[in-house]
Ligand binder design. Structure first.
Ligand code: NAD
Length: 255
């Protein structure tokens, strides 16, 4: 897989799945625009391999004007965005009638609307060059629901719908749009859920129970494995994979 000369923008790539995907894209030679909060320097160091150029933009993905600034920054730095990975996401667990309105709004904004904004801004350039890959990191929750996650499930189902629509609108072109639907991945987003479910501080038990509820393999998906799937979606062999919602979930959705 050779992505030399291509530029990838991965939202929410300072941690977890986004960082894992960014690393795989860098190993294949793509220049990178990272985005996200936290330890930016460590993330840049992690993906600085293979002579690729790496930039970071701190756009808050809940804010359309900051997203527009990030997209302009990427085009200015590298002249193009060839690979767009919409990965930034947050979670909040509560019954629907107790879900704070501002949590609903921020989950929809970050997990769904941000992908609309990046896509509408990246597509004209991709169409002009007749090459592009849009990869939306949805979730098993893009295809099935769980209790206490109404905003997240709605956003991820919406992201799968957006993926299909964009795939149809780009079908006669060298641009593809697909979703990846991970099951449990042991990242900070999931560690918080494990911690909050733990009874008497028994984290190991809580982790086991979390897997046992949904993921028949009883093992976590890894960011590296998801990065390999993203790489495949960038390959020539994947040109007819369009509008897919591809689960990698230890059997979650087979049940
Ligand atoms: P994570 O918490 O490790 O990383 C989230 C990233 O998004 C971080 O880089 C963070 O800085 C960034 N981010 C958060 N809010 C942001 C904002 N407003 N603007 C810009 N960046 C922001 O989470 P993760 O588990 O790696 O999740 C990444 C994606 O994968 C999310 O969309 C999540 O829904 C999805 N996902 C995760 C799992 C899982 O089990 N971890 C499963 C399925 C899908």
């Amino acid at each position: 897989m050779n992505l030399q000369g291509k530029t990838a923008l991965v939202t929410g790539s300072t941690s977890g799945i986004g960082l894992g995907i960014a690393l795989k894209l860098a190993e294949a030679g793509a220049n990178l625009v990272l985005n996200g909060f936290g330890d930016v320097e460590a993330a840049i160091a992690t993906v600085s391999t293979n002579g690729v150029q790496v930039r970071h933009h701190p756009a808050d993905m809940s804010k359309p004007e900051e997203i527009e600034a990030m997209m302009q920054f990427a085009e200015q730095q590298f002249g193009a965005i060839d690979i767009l990975v919409n990965n930034a996401g947050i979670q909040y667990v509560a019954p629907v009638e107790e879900l704070p309105v501002e949590r609903w709004d921020s989950i929809i904004a970050i997990n769904l609307s941000s992908a609309f904004h990046t896509t509408r801004l990246a597509l004209p350039g991709m169409r002009k060059r007749n090459w592009g890959r849009i990869i939306n990191i949805a979730s098993a929750h893009g295809l099935a629901a769980s209790v206490g996650k109404s905003a997240y499930v709605a956003a991820k189902h919406g992201l799968v719908g957006l993926t299909k629509s964009v795939a149809l609108e780009t079908a006669i072109s060298g641009v593809t749009c697909n979703a990846i639907c991970p099951g449990w991945v042991l990242t900070p987003l999931v560690q918080k859920q494990i911690d909050s479910r733990a009874v008497d501080g028994d984290i190991a038990r809580s982790r086991h129970d979390l897997l046992a509820e949904k993921q028949p393999s009883l093992d976590f998906v890894t960011p590296e494995q998801l990065g390999e799937l993203a790489l495949f979606l960038c390959s020539d062999a994947a040109i007819q994979v369009r509008g897919a919602a591809w689960n990698m979930d230890g059997g979650w959705l087979a049940q």
